[in-house]
Write a protein that binds this ligand. Structure first.
Ligand code: SF4
Ligand code: SF4
Length: 439
């Protein structure tokens, strides 16, 4: 794609990066076929190619984002299916990240929407506040029935519709908190390795059982696990809201405490059980590439970050005598894992080797609609995607659904009675741990 940035514009590293990305696009449109919003809405402007044109126009003309641009960028899930499909290697992720940051700084949203986004950006990364908000939301759930429901799914939802979606996501009960930062779990037997385990934000409130399963499995296989003190949210939630100042501050804080921990006791890896977070931590090196003090430490942390399945692929898992041969598991491939991190086969291979009957889900490239805060901000598109995902999962008649991302797990569980578990819970069970209790 031809671009017309001036030399002065190209002096800005972000614009230079956008120019490189835009020039790689050859307008072929292959990406449209796998874009969930284009598949649902059929509007070119809700396709990757359409959005790329909108972003190009906005950046090239150095114009404030228009309402039209904001509408179509907001509808993008950042699922990155387009990046998997693109034959030219267009880095849509870095382009849309830049567009979201530009919208956040140069566009004034309606007051109510600004307030909602500010609340999400403040509450979700703070587990204590998030827990309190979940309790409040649970109490407020009866009110959800009184809020209006649109007769047709709207791609431009009202504030009340979003609040209704938020209340619907609140679980009926919350599990007790898991172990806190600063805790070290020694290995059983001889030590074969030492890792940090990302504590996560929403996950540690909604399902601390996931990291507990990871700790149990790792220590059982001789790996020491540390929950690093003063670790923060990875920044993914604010990054996807375009609040790059907040996201970069969180990244710098984490890099500092992780490197301190590596200096004290050594770290073979920083393991992540929430693939949405893993994709962003692996991108810290890019996000902080212009930061003189943090560019190199950020690149080091990105290299240390691994999805839990990547790490387990490198150690010899020891399945126990328990028999799982008759349990059919539908493997839901989270977008952040399959498109963001290109991890597709490994989780399924680990599950199969552990004795489960693993089934691929039809249309597995399509997002379930969770996408960070998307199911709150775009609840109607998100619900349609969830229903489609659940219908596809039902086709393989599973006993359980496995996924590697808490957002997907909550989203899918909202539409099915089939138990939804994390891949690590099944692997822990298969190697001598408890059967996933789902609480
Ligand atoms: S990230 Fe997903 S929703 Fe956004 S343009 Fe790409 S395929 Fe479409
Ligand atoms: S597939 Fe790639 S090159 Fe083709 S239009 Fe989409 S982003 Fe551009």
């Amino acid at each position: 794609m031809k671009t017309e940035f001036s030399l002065a514009q190209l002096a800005d590293p972000d614009i230079a990066e956008a120019d490189k990305i835009l020039r790689a696009c050859v307008h072929c449109g292959f990406c449209t076929a796998t874009c969930p919003t284009y598949v649902l809405l059929g509007d070119e402007l809700d396709s990757p190619r359409g959005r790329i044109y909108l972003i190009k126009e906005m950046l090239e003309k150095n114009r404030p984002p228009t309402q039209e641009v904001v509408k179509h960028i907001d509808r993008c899930l950042s699922c990155l299916a387009c990046m998997t499909t693109c034959p030219s290697g267009v880095n849509y992720m870095h382009l849309v990240d830049q567009a979201r940051a530009r919208i956040e700084t140069d566009y004034t949203r309606p007051l109510a929407e600004r307030a909602l986004r500010a609340v999400l950006a403040w509450v979700l990364p703070r587990p204590g506040l998030f827990r309190a908000s979940m309790i409040l939301a649970r109490l407020g759930r009866p009110l959800a029935a009184l809020l209006p429901t649109s007769k047709t799914a709207s791609p431009s939802p009202t504030l009340l519709r979003r609040i209704k979606a938020m209340l619907a996501l609140a679980p009926s009960r919350l599990p007790a908190s898991g172990p806190s930062g600063g805790t070290t779990f020694p290995p059983l037997g001889a030590r074969r390795g030492r890792v940090a385990l990302l504590q996560g934000c929403a996950q540690q409130v909604l399902a601390p059982r996931i990291n507990q399963a990871a700790i149990n499995l790792l220590t059982r296989h001789g790996i020491e696990v540390v929950l690093v003190k003063d670790e923060q949210c990875c920044g993914a939630l604010t990054h996807h809201l375009g609040r790059d100042g907040d996201a970069l501050a969180a990244a710098r804080a984490n890099i500092t405490v992780w490197l301190e921990e590596a200096g004290r006791g050594g770290l073979d890896a920083i393991l992540v059980t929430t693939s949405g977070c893993g994709t962003v931590i692996k991108d810290y090196g890019f996000m902080l590439r212009e930061d003189r003090d943090f560019a190199s430490p950020a690149a080091r942390i990105s290299a240390l970050a691994k999805d839990i399945t990547e790490y387990l692929g490198g150690i010899d898992l020891r399945p126990s005598q328990q028999q799982h041969g008759d349990i059919v598991v539908a493997y839901h491939s989270a977008c952040s894992l399959q498109h963001g991190q290109k991890i597709t086969q490994l989780p399924k291979e680990l599950l199969s080797k552990s004795g489960f009957v693993v089934k691929d889900v039809p249309e597995s490239h399509l997002c379930c609609g969770s996408a960070g805060t998307y199911n709150i901000l775009q609840p109607d598109i998100a619900s349609r995607l969830r229903d489609r995902k659940v219908a596809n999962i039902a086709m393989v008649k599973p006993d359980m659904i496995a996924a590697g991302n808490i957002g997907c797990m909550v989203q899918i569980a909202g539409g099915t009675s089939v138990p939804v578990v994390h891949t690590i819970e099944l692997l822990d069970w298969a190697t001598g741990g408890a059967k996933p209790g789902l609480s």
